[in-house]
Design a binder for this molecule. Structure first.
Ligand code: GSF
Length: 209
Protein backbone atom coordinates (compact mmCIF):
# COMPACT_ATOMS: atom_id res chain seq x y z
CA UNK A 1 0.00 0.00 0.00
CA UNK A 2 1.34 3.47 -0.84
CA UNK A 3 2.38 5.34 2.25
CA UNK A 4 2.77 8.72 0.51
CA UNK A 5 1.97 11.90 2.39
CA UNK A 6 3.30 11.08 5.83
CA UNK A 7 4.60 13.81 8.15
CA UNK A 8 6.91 13.01 11.05
CA UNK A 9 6.99 15.40 14.00
CA UNK A 10 10.73 15.39 14.47
CA UNK A 11 13.72 16.64 16.41
CA UNK A 12 17.39 15.80 15.86
CA UNK A 13 18.07 15.30 19.57
CA UNK A 14 15.31 12.80 20.39
CA UNK A 15 16.45 9.18 20.70
CA UNK A 16 12.85 8.03 20.14
CA UNK A 17 12.59 10.04 16.91
CA UNK A 18 15.90 8.46 15.86
CA UNK A 19 14.31 5.00 16.19
CA UNK A 20 11.78 6.01 13.53
CA UNK A 21 14.47 7.58 11.31
CA UNK A 22 16.52 4.36 11.47
CA UNK A 23 13.46 2.28 10.54
CA UNK A 24 12.75 4.62 7.60
CA UNK A 25 16.37 4.37 6.39
CA UNK A 26 16.62 0.59 6.89
CA UNK A 27 13.32 -0.11 5.07
CA UNK A 28 13.77 2.37 2.20
CA UNK A 29 10.81 4.56 3.18
CA UNK A 30 12.63 7.85 3.86
CA UNK A 31 11.19 9.53 0.72
CA UNK A 32 7.63 8.83 1.94
CA UNK A 33 7.97 11.12 4.95
CA UNK A 34 8.16 14.91 5.31
CA UNK A 35 9.92 16.04 8.50
CA UNK A 36 8.19 18.67 10.65
CA UNK A 37 10.86 19.98 13.01
CA UNK A 38 9.67 20.77 16.53
CA UNK A 39 11.63 22.34 19.40
CA UNK A 40 9.87 21.38 22.62
CA UNK A 41 10.11 20.38 26.24
CA UNK A 42 7.50 19.48 28.88
CA UNK A 43 7.29 23.18 29.80
CA UNK A 44 7.62 24.48 26.23
CA UNK A 45 4.94 22.55 24.29
CA UNK A 46 4.12 22.60 20.57
CA UNK A 47 0.48 23.37 19.74
CA UNK A 48 0.81 21.61 16.37
CA UNK A 49 2.15 18.45 18.04
CA UNK A 50 -0.44 18.59 20.84
CA UNK A 51 -3.22 18.71 18.22
CA UNK A 52 -2.07 15.33 16.93
CA UNK A 53 -0.70 13.85 20.16
CA UNK A 54 -2.32 15.19 23.34
CA UNK A 55 0.60 13.72 25.31
CA UNK A 56 2.77 16.31 23.52
CA UNK A 57 5.64 13.91 22.89
CA UNK A 58 7.88 13.36 19.86
CA UNK A 59 7.76 11.37 17.63
CA UNK A 60 4.27 11.46 16.14
CA UNK A 61 3.49 10.42 12.58
CA UNK A 62 0.74 12.09 10.58
CA UNK A 63 -0.70 9.80 7.90
CA UNK A 64 -2.15 10.83 4.54
CA UNK A 65 -5.70 10.23 5.85
CA UNK A 66 -5.18 12.84 8.58
CA UNK A 67 -4.80 10.39 11.46
CA UNK A 68 -1.76 10.64 13.76
CA UNK A 69 0.19 7.64 15.13
CA UNK A 70 2.28 7.64 18.32
CA UNK A 71 4.38 6.59 20.21
CA UNK A 72 7.67 5.42 18.63
CA UNK A 73 6.80 1.73 19.19
CA UNK A 74 3.50 2.07 17.30
CA UNK A 75 5.15 4.15 14.53
CA UNK A 76 7.98 1.63 14.05
CA UNK A 77 5.49 -1.26 14.01
CA UNK A 78 3.34 0.57 11.43
CA UNK A 79 6.30 1.36 9.16
CA UNK A 80 7.55 -2.22 9.47
CA UNK A 81 4.22 -3.38 8.02
CA UNK A 82 4.52 -1.08 4.97
CA UNK A 83 7.58 -2.59 3.27
CA UNK A 84 8.29 -5.90 1.60
CA UNK A 85 11.74 -6.83 2.89
CA UNK A 86 12.68 -8.74 6.03
CA UNK A 87 10.65 -7.42 9.00
CA UNK A 88 12.63 -5.52 11.63
CA UNK A 89 10.11 -6.79 14.21
CA UNK A 90 9.79 -10.62 14.15
CA UNK A 91 6.17 -11.38 13.30
CA UNK A 92 5.80 -14.45 15.57
CA UNK A 93 7.58 -17.04 17.70
CA UNK A 94 9.92 -16.70 20.70
CA UNK A 95 12.26 -14.27 18.90
CA UNK A 96 9.35 -11.79 18.64
CA UNK A 97 8.90 -11.56 22.42
CA UNK A 98 12.62 -11.69 23.15
CA UNK A 99 13.49 -8.92 20.69
CA UNK A 100 10.50 -6.75 21.66
CA UNK A 101 11.49 -7.10 25.33
CA UNK A 102 15.08 -6.08 24.55
CA UNK A 103 13.75 -3.13 22.54
CA UNK A 104 11.55 -2.26 25.52
CA UNK A 105 14.60 -2.29 27.81
CA UNK A 106 16.34 0.19 25.49
CA UNK A 107 13.20 2.38 25.56
CA UNK A 108 13.10 2.29 29.37
CA UNK A 109 16.76 3.31 29.59
CA UNK A 110 16.13 6.12 27.11
CA UNK A 111 13.17 7.24 29.24
CA UNK A 112 15.49 7.32 32.28
CA UNK A 113 18.13 9.29 30.37
CA UNK A 114 15.55 11.81 29.13
CA UNK A 115 14.20 12.23 32.68
CA UNK A 116 17.76 12.90 33.90
CA UNK A 117 18.14 15.45 31.11
CA UNK A 118 14.97 17.28 32.19
CA UNK A 119 15.89 17.11 35.88
CA UNK A 120 19.42 18.47 35.39
CA UNK A 121 18.88 20.82 32.44
CA UNK A 122 15.31 22.14 32.71
CA UNK A 123 14.51 22.10 36.41
CA UNK A 124 15.78 25.14 38.32
CA UNK A 125 18.89 24.33 40.34
CA UNK A 126 17.16 24.89 43.69
CA UNK A 127 14.46 22.32 42.79
CA UNK A 128 16.69 19.48 41.66
CA UNK A 129 16.45 16.17 43.52
CA UNK A 130 19.70 14.21 43.45
CA UNK A 131 18.09 10.98 44.72
CA UNK A 132 15.84 11.10 41.64
CA UNK A 133 18.79 11.46 39.28
CA UNK A 134 20.69 8.67 41.04
CA UNK A 135 17.68 6.35 40.83
CA UNK A 136 17.28 6.98 37.08
CA UNK A 137 21.02 6.53 36.55
CA UNK A 138 20.81 3.22 38.44
CA UNK A 139 18.30 1.95 35.88
CA UNK A 140 20.74 2.89 33.10
CA UNK A 141 23.68 1.22 34.86
CA UNK A 142 21.76 -2.02 35.46
CA UNK A 143 20.39 -1.99 31.93
CA UNK A 144 23.83 -1.49 30.39
CA UNK A 145 25.10 -4.51 32.35
CA UNK A 146 22.37 -6.64 30.75
CA UNK A 147 23.07 -5.21 27.29
CA UNK A 148 26.76 -6.11 27.78
CA UNK A 149 25.72 -9.67 28.61
CA UNK A 150 23.47 -9.77 25.51
CA UNK A 151 26.30 -8.42 23.33
CA UNK A 152 28.67 -11.08 24.69
CA UNK A 153 26.22 -13.92 24.02
CA UNK A 154 25.01 -12.74 20.59
CA UNK A 155 27.63 -10.34 19.20
CA UNK A 156 26.36 -10.44 15.63
CA UNK A 157 22.60 -10.50 15.94
CA UNK A 158 20.28 -9.02 13.30
CA UNK A 159 20.03 -5.24 12.93
CA UNK A 160 16.39 -5.37 13.97
CA UNK A 161 14.10 -3.31 16.21
CA UNK A 162 16.12 -4.25 19.32
CA UNK A 163 19.44 -3.28 17.73
CA UNK A 164 17.85 -0.01 16.55
CA UNK A 165 16.75 0.82 20.10
CA UNK A 166 20.18 0.00 21.54
CA UNK A 167 21.92 2.20 18.93
CA UNK A 168 19.57 5.08 19.84
CA UNK A 169 20.20 4.57 23.57
CA UNK A 170 23.99 4.46 23.27
CA UNK A 171 24.06 7.39 20.85
CA UNK A 172 21.91 9.41 23.26
CA UNK A 173 24.19 8.56 26.20
CA UNK A 174 27.22 9.74 24.19
CA UNK A 175 25.27 12.87 23.21
CA UNK A 176 23.87 13.85 26.63
CA UNK A 177 26.19 12.05 29.09
CA UNK A 178 29.62 12.13 27.37
CA UNK A 179 31.32 11.76 30.77
CA UNK A 180 29.49 8.49 31.55
CA UNK A 181 32.24 6.26 30.06
CA UNK A 182 29.94 3.26 29.44
CA UNK A 183 32.45 1.65 27.02
CA UNK A 184 34.88 0.87 29.86
CA UNK A 185 32.26 -1.25 31.67
CA UNK A 186 30.76 -2.69 28.46
CA UNK A 187 33.63 -3.64 26.10
CA UNK A 188 31.64 -6.19 24.06
CA UNK A 189 28.76 -3.73 23.67
CA UNK A 190 31.32 -1.09 22.63
CA UNK A 191 32.70 -3.43 19.94
CA UNK A 192 29.18 -4.09 18.61
CA UNK A 193 28.38 -0.38 18.65
CA UNK A 194 31.59 0.47 16.78
CA UNK A 195 30.73 -2.11 14.11
CA UNK A 196 27.18 -0.81 13.50
CA UNK A 197 28.56 2.73 13.06
CA UNK A 198 29.45 1.54 9.54
CA UNK A 199 25.77 1.39 8.57
CA UNK A 200 24.68 4.37 6.42
CA UNK A 201 21.43 4.60 8.43
CA UNK A 202 23.40 5.00 11.67
CA UNK A 203 25.71 7.60 10.14
CA UNK A 204 22.78 9.54 8.66
CA UNK A 205 20.90 9.82 11.97
CA UNK A 206 23.55 10.89 14.52
CA UNK A 207 22.02 13.03 17.30
CA UNK A 208 22.53 16.79 17.22
CA UNK A 209 21.25 19.71 19.27
C1 GSF B 1 8.62 8.66 24.49
C2 GSF B 1 8.92 9.89 23.65
C3 GSF B 1 9.58 11.02 24.41
O1 GSF B 1 9.84 10.94 25.61
C4 GSF B 1 8.03 7.19 22.52
O2 GSF B 1 7.88 7.86 21.48
O3 GSF B 1 8.50 6.06 22.51
N1 GSF B 1 7.24 6.68 24.74
C5 GSF B 1 7.55 7.75 23.86
N2 GSF B 1 9.86 12.10 23.69
C6 GSF B 1 10.43 13.32 24.30
C7 GSF B 1 11.51 13.90 23.43
S1 GSF B 1 12.89 12.99 23.58
O4 GSF B 1 12.85 11.85 23.01
O5 GSF B 1 13.97 13.72 23.88
C8 GSF B 1 9.37 14.37 24.39
O6 GSF B 1 8.63 14.56 23.43
N3 GSF B 1 9.36 15.10 25.50
C9 GSF B 1 8.45 16.20 25.64
C10 GSF B 1 7.54 15.95 26.82
O7 GSF B 1 6.66 16.78 27.03
O8 GSF B 1 7.77 14.93 27.51
Amino acid sequence: MATLGMTLFHSTGSPFVRKVMLVLHETGQLEQVALHGVQLSPINPSAALNAGNPAGKLPALGLADGSVLHDSRVICDYLDQQHGSTPLIPRDGPSRWQRLTLASLADALMDAAVLIRYETFLRPADKRWDDWVQAQQGKIDRGLAQLEHEAASAPHGPFDIAAIGIVCLLGYLDFRQPQLGWRTRCPQLADWYAAVQERPSVQATQPSA
